[in-house]
Design a protein. Structure first.
Length: 574
């Protein structure tokens, strides 16, 4: 009989009748353990993505994302997993791979409600992001695809309506003869012009056509002597898209007019939206693969300037291009500026860019302690305060891009463990993966990951979408007894979701913390839209919310360990 670590510890507790479960967890170095509870929670549907042993095309390698969001507004996070398909397999009717929406049953388990919600679709899914594009009070769902994108309007009754064609966001034909070959990847809702309606940014990888794409043997395309799928160097790069919300349920492609096409970089993957220069306007960063990454500075007039090279976020520390995948932002050093972490290919490290202000960044990868891990191929990433000590930590999901490497000694094999970095509060991070529990150490072909408190116990859990495998749900079990606050924003003049709102949180007797309500991010994924702050031992905190409209709301002395719902202009709980 096999036991999970949690079950084993509980068994020992019953046998010894000496220590409680929390006491044993507390005796561990971190006082925190991550345990994969996906199977027990009912998350058992496999994500299908390309061949399991061999890939013919690059498209089969990227995998897809996952979203934590409360689709039915009951205060409990539900989970949406994007899914893919295969080129050569024929699935029985009714058994085709599909995206999955799991409803939170509020008892640690989930129910698959995909069909009932109207979200069944088979295709090469990529990214997912969430936002209330029509300001009706219900968060909507956008999914990117190789081919036509999908926008699902949340009807507010547990069901969604596909409004993709009507809204005009499917994506224009990009191939000869009007073929739709656009490979849409990362996405984020963003009110870039601050008119109160959420616009939509979509990154693009390449214009992919399997009829003309190179095959492994025609290259030949080799990775350390192994024949693998070709690309992307040498392939035609895709163009990022900015859709402007017209306020009537439709969108207009304003990519050229807004300056989005003016960038030397291409092969776009992860998308990150944040106000990096503290001017009150959202900027956009795109992690590019095998090319210089893109950094779009908001000019406040409906246009952007691409300044990645000048800002110091285009390349790695050696001035060379990297294979950028996922990307996340947080004020990791407490100086009031949002910093960037980016994941990259095997043989490289994750990159940490420290924001110096005025659109200048310094590469702190090695000084901060991120330079030790080079054997992993990294995808999903997120800043999050796993121990609620007020300092944002970093988790990275890993998995090789080529199934052909199998479980060989090539780097860390196809299935790889995760990496957890603990923020030491002095500008440095410590790799604490070995102490963080079986959920971190269990190898998996990980891709997108999302962060959110699915069991409402105050610490942040992690959902991971895996290639050709069942998902993971890493529950955070902590005995540290640190306090926390979560802030849910409801816009009035600003967009209803409050995306772009900046929240300052000052714990009693502590330093000022800061984060933003953010759509998209990581690798093709969506975190909980409620902003989470660890408070340490503080029992209350002062909150300040700066809305995209310019409205500033202040809530003094908010008590710890609750969700504070803030309605724009009403400065208090609802």
């Amino acid at each position: 009989m096999k036991f999970s670590r949690r079950e084993l510890i509980k068994s020992l507790c019953r046998t010894m009748a000496v220590f409680s479960f929390d006491q044993l967890i507390a005796a561990l170095p971190l006082g925190v353990q991550f345990v994969n509870v996906a199977r027990e929670a009912g998350l058992r549907a496999k994500t299908i993505y390309g061949g399991e042993k061999k890939n013919k095309y690059l498209l089969e390698t990227t995998g897809c994302g996952v979203a934590f969001f409360d689709y039915d507004e009951d205060g409990w996070l539900d989970i949406f997993f994007v899914n893919g398909t295969r080129f050569e397999s024929r699935f029985p009717k009714g058994a085709e791979p599909t995206n999955r929406l799991y409803k939170n049953n509020r008892d640690g388990t989930f129910t698959d409600v995909t069909a009932a919600a109207g979200l069944v679709r088979t295709g090469w899914g990529q990214g997912v992001c969430v936002g209330d594009y029509d300001n009706d009070g219900h968060d909507d769902l956008f999914i990117t695809y190789w081919g036509e994108n999908a926008l699902y309007r949340n009807n507010g009754n547990g069901k969604f309506t596909d409004v993709s064609a009507k809204a005009g966001i499917t994506g224009a034909p990009s191939g000869p003869g009007g073929k739709l070959r656009r490979w849409n990847t990362g996405c984020a809702f963003v009110d870039y012009d601050r008119d109160g309606f959420l616009d939509l940014f979509v990154s693009n990888y390449i214009d992919f056509d399997p009829e003309t794409a190179p095959l492994p043997e025609t290259g030949p395309c080799l990775y350390k002597g192994i024949l693998v799928a070709c690309g992307p160097p040498g392939l035609e790069g895709g163009k990022n898209i900015l859709f402007h919300n017209n306020g009537d349920g439709t969108f207009t492609d304003v990519s050229e007019k807004a300056g989005i096409l003016n960038t030397p970089g291409t092969y776009g993957l992860g998308v990150l939206v944040a106000d990096f220069d503290n001017d009150g306007w959202p900027d956009i960063y795109v992690a590019d693969d095998s090319s210089s990454s893109a950094f779009y500075k908001n000019n406040h007039d409906g246009t952007f300037s691409e300044i990645a090279i000048e800002a110091g976020v285009a390349f790695g520390p050696d001035g060379k291009t990297q294979a950028g995948m996922g990307v996340s932002a947080a004020d990791y050093d407490g100086d009031g500026l949002l910093d960037i972490v980016k994941t990259n290919f095997a043989g490289d490290t994750a990159t940490l860019y420290r924001n110096l202000g005025k659109n200048v960044f310094d590469d702190m990868t090695f000084q901060a302690g991120f330079g030790r891990n080079t054997r992993f191929l990294s995808w999903g990433v997120g800043f999050f305060d796993f121990d609620n000590d007020t300092w944002p930590d970093v988790l990275i999901t890993n998995g090789h891009v080529y199934p052909e490497v199998g479980e060989s000694d090539v780097e860390a094999g196809y299935r790889q463990r995760k990496v957890l970095y603990h923020n030491l509060g002095n500008g440095k991070f410590e790799d604490v993966s070995a102490m963080a529990g079986p959920g971190i150490l269990e190898p998996a072909p990980g891709r997108g990951c999302a962060f959110g408190d699915f069991d409402n116990d105050g610490d942040i859990d992690i959902a991971v979408n895996c290639v050709n495998g069942v998902p993971q749900l890493l529950r955070c079990d902590s005995s540290l007894k640190n306090n926390w606050l979560k802030v849910k924003t409801i816009g009035v003049k600003s967009n209803r979701t409050g995306i772009g709102a900046r929240i300052y949180c000052t714990p009693q007797g502590g330093r000022r913390l800061m984060d933003e309500v953010r759509s998209g991010g990581g690798y093709f994924s969506q975190n909980d839209l409620r902003v989470h702050f660890g408070l340490g031992k503080a029992e209350q905190a002062d909150l300040e919310i700066r809305w995209p409209s310019g409205q500033v709301d202040k809530i003094p002395g908010a008590k710890a360990n609750q969700v504070v719902v803030v309605v724009e202009g009403k400065s208090g709980n609802r």
